[in-house]
Design a protein around this ligand. Sequence first.
Ligand code: NAD
Length: 490
Amino acid sequence: MSKTSEERSLLVLENYIGGKFVSCRSYIDSYDPSTGEVYCKVPDSGKEEVDAAVAAAKEAFPEWSACSPEQRAKILHKLADLIEANLEEFAQAESKDQGKTITAARTVDIPRAAYNFRFFSTSMLHHTTDCSPMDHMGCLNYTVRCPVGVAGLISPWNLPLYLLTWKIAPAIAAGNTVVAKPSEMTSVTAWMLCKLMQQAGVPPGVVNVVFGSGPRAGDALVSHPEVPLISFTGSTATAQRITERSAPYCKKLSLELGGKNPAIIFADADLDQCIETTVRSSFLNQGEVCLCTSRIYVERSIYSAFLERFVAAAKKWKTGVPSDPSSKNGALISKEHLEKVRSYIALAKSEGGIIHCGEGLDKLDLPQRNKSGYFMPTTVITGISDSSRVMQEEIFGPVTCISPFDTEDEAVARGNGVRYGLSATVWSKDVGKVHRVAQQLQAGLVWTNCWLVRDLNLPFGGMKNSGVGREGGKDSYHFFTEVKSITIKH
Ligand code: NAD
């Protein structure tokens, strides 16, 4: 059947299985969020494609896992080099596919994707295992760590290549082979990465990428009996489903989930630095970062001054066309997501909340071709009760709520008063206070007087409904390997 000219101009992705690009029987439309137009077709894979990918990964496992860590490290370094060499092409693609600004893609997403390979290629070389002698028994005990087998990796749409490589890099560096399923809404850079796999010399079958939806391709991967390990980043609701579906196989799970992250700002904070950083932590990447601040608690004595300055700074955080270097925010991921985020503003209004800027107040100045894009201005809300859904649920958009507090204990209790526990920020010049509060906050990551400073050696992950397990230098090594205790009697 001959293709129409519209079909010819669309980007059509293919699965990457056993080192080969393979087309699929059906496809999913993928939209350019900045225009609302379909521009790409993503394979709508199901069980058949996942089975083929798992078979390829299984076949590649014995040889790959038997390579020396140094041999694997060399290939990971090569991948990092290749991503860096193609940085601009990847950044353009990520920005178009996700709606994020070209600046964010150039300075955050793609450099970090390269660094993920660089970091894990070397960190994997430096782990040691335990040894514990029992001389009175004539025994020596020690541990060994082995790769687990075929790792199933499922990633979300907000930081597409960044989060996918955060999983692929440690999985293969530790000697596993993988089947990855990126988000069906942002699959393009994962497909581009497959081309680099060939160039870097990743043997066929070591990395397989199957594109498609969660309920079809994702579910087939999660419930595949020969995939003993799943690393998932996404929403808490999907994680619950994955936990159920993988339970019959007792799979090893790492779940990196949503957040409703508080910032606690004391009166003695350096307000210049705090406001600049908290505007960024609230709105970076359209607020579509799991670590974004969405509840800001401010000590009452500085509340009015803080609010005024924060709203003024939020208004300056320009939302515009992603390709414009002066845009700080681009478009949200989809029409459905934009509507969902907007519904929280309507809810806040209906509950008596005050909208200080953004949705409904500030009009965006967009070119004609972007009028149907999924844009929303940065929005600041006050006057909402902590029990409101606006303060309890993850909105995942350019929206933040501000509220005053009176005491340190109150700030901690309110900070902890949600089902999530991913990250938090604390602002104060009082070192003792900072330590006390950080210690009490129920969050996997606490930043004080800063935000998003990441040392990949340290554990990353959430408490409560924000996740199960940790990833990062030693933690990823532990997750992507099985430990065995061996006792030798002499
Ligand atoms: P999502 O849960 O809808 O989807 C994530 C991935 O899971 C996608 O690839 C999707 O196709 C797949 N999926 C969906 N249903 C599935 C199923 N039944 N079985 C298997 N796979 C399935 O999440 P999203 O909307 O893509 O991402 C946004 C969410 O991710 C937010 O909640 C955000 O906080 C979270 N997130 C967390 C972190 C973290 O590190 N903690 C990082 C980024 C994003």
